[in-house]
Design a protein around this ligand. Structure first.
Ligand code: GLU
Length: 426
């Protein structure tokens, strides 16, 4: 049966799940996906909500809410990070989980997709309170997680130490050290070298492929990076390495611009001294995050949260290339405007797939109990991403669609094919 056009529903451009579904529908239609497979692939396999009561440092009890959505385990155990943020909600986590499925398929690693989150503001919590939240969340999800089942990782506001607590809590419950339960751990707990840098490094690798595609040389290429967390800060340092000029960076304190280039090493030192923030970064003009997005530059890399490039500002974006370090930074409506303006968008499910690729390496190393060198990790990462870039580009040229739809086509092709081979038990 041929795919049938769904009844038009009131699309909300700000809803990440709707944004994901719109692209999925376009790609599914191009592929001629049958209705049953379409329904199978769009529906999350499992959605779990847990309460997380902890005793705060002042002795009072506070209950947080934790979520985990398993979108798919068709191609292997589900994989995806956990974010700690006050705006975490089920629509967002559902979208992020589906994006993980497509992302793992784009880079052709044997994982499905999942995502989790805890609704909390980590800036208002102490490390002790964060540890309690992490351990209680992990113990509540003990039956969901598993090295062969569902493997968490870092995401927004979660770091190596938090992954270490997850590993320890899970191991306490299963009565042996199980380091393959989580990726992005500290190296001393079985983490892979190069994992922390992998997403930012991947952003640079795919940006180089995009530069080659449009005929830009790295030397002197101007880059604006929105977000200076684990992804944006590493990407910035990587861009400097290849001779590009990072003219703007930003975080929650605002954006910082210098047309001659920001000294990234100094910015990192400044950030360390200022509680992880860029507060009043010297040697740069202060602008807003919105202004940063609209700067005259060659490459724009949104590396923070969803929906920052939307129908309101897409027409004012001047970059030639957008490389999506974040998940879902561009809404579906914005895609049309960027297309019309001839901007090459390297989509999130390709551009930030470096992180999960090295998570895969970490999981493999944990399971064989043998660890690779940084050169090995980086060489394999480079190969995975450049091959994925070519595969996406081929799909986009073959079907005359943008790189995002090309990436969805590739992902759906791979997941649907595995599903066809496995068959339906029922
Ligand atoms: N949270 C990261 C992402 O969105 C990494 C996920 C992982 O390594 O499993 O891709």
């Amino acid at each position: 049966m041929q795919y049938v056009e769904p009844a038009p529903i009131n699309r909300n451009d700000d809803d990440p799940y709707e944004s994901m579904m719109q692209r999925f529908e376009v790609a599914a239609k191009i592929l001629g996906l049958d209705e049953g497979t379409f329904d199978y692939l769009k529906t999350p396999q499992m959605q779990v909500t847990v309460s997380i009561p902890i005793k705060l440092d002042d002795g009072t009890i506070k209950v947080f809410e934790g979520l985990r959505v398993i979108h798919s385990s068709v191609r292997g155990p589900s994989k995806g990070g956990i974010r700690y943020h006050p705006d975490v909600n089920i629509q967002e986590v559902k979208a992020l989980a589906a994006w993980m499925t497509w992302k793992c398929a784009v880079v052709n690693i044997p994982f499905g997709g999942a995502k989790g989150g805890v609704i909390c503001d980590p800036r208002k919590l102490t490390r002790v309170e964060l540890e309690k939240i992490t351990r209680r969340y992990t113990s509540k999800l003990f039956d969901v997680f598993g090295p062969e089942r569902d493997i968490p990782a870092p995401d927004v506001n979660t770091d190596e130490q938090i992954m270490g607590w997850i590993m320890d809590t899970y191991s306490m419950h299963c009565r042996h050290t199980e380091n393959a339960i989580v990726t992005g751990k500290p190296a001393d707990l079985g983490g892979s070298v190069g994992r922390r840098e992998a997403t930012g490094r991947g952003v640079r690798i795919v940006a180089e492929a995009a530069m080659e595609q449009v005929g830009l040389k790295p030397e002197g290429t101007t880059i604006a990076i929105q977000g200076f967390g684990n992804v944006g800060s590493v990407a910035a340092a990587e861009f400097v390495e290849i001779g590009a000029k990072v003219i703007a960076i930003s975080d929650v304190t605002g954006a910082y611009y210098n047309k001659n280039g920001i000294n990234i090493q100094k910015a990192l030192e400044h950030q360390k001294k200022h509680d992880g923030l860029l507060t009043d970064l010297p040697g740069a003009e202060k602008i807003t995050n919105e202004e940063l997005l609209e700067l005259d530059c060659d490459i724009l890399a949104p590396c923070a949260l969803e929906n920052v490039i939307n129908a309101k500002n897409a027409d004012r974006i001047k970059a030639k290339i957008i490389v999506e370090g974040a998940n879902g930074p561009t809404t579906a409506k914005a895609d049309d405007i960027l297309d019309k303006n001839g901007i090459l968008v390297v989509p999130d499910i390709l551009a930030n797939a470096g992180g999960v690729s090295v998570s895969y390496f970490e999981w493999v190393q944990n399971r064989i109990g043998y660890f690779w060198s940084l050169d090995d990790v980086n060489a394999r990462l480079h190969r995975i991403l450049t091959e994925a870039y070519e595969a996406v580009r081929t799909r986009s040229e073959r079907h005359e669609v943008n790189m995002r739809i090309g990436a969805y086509i590739l992902a759906i092709e791979r997941v649907a094919n595995t599903l066809r081979l496995r068959g339906i038990y029922g």
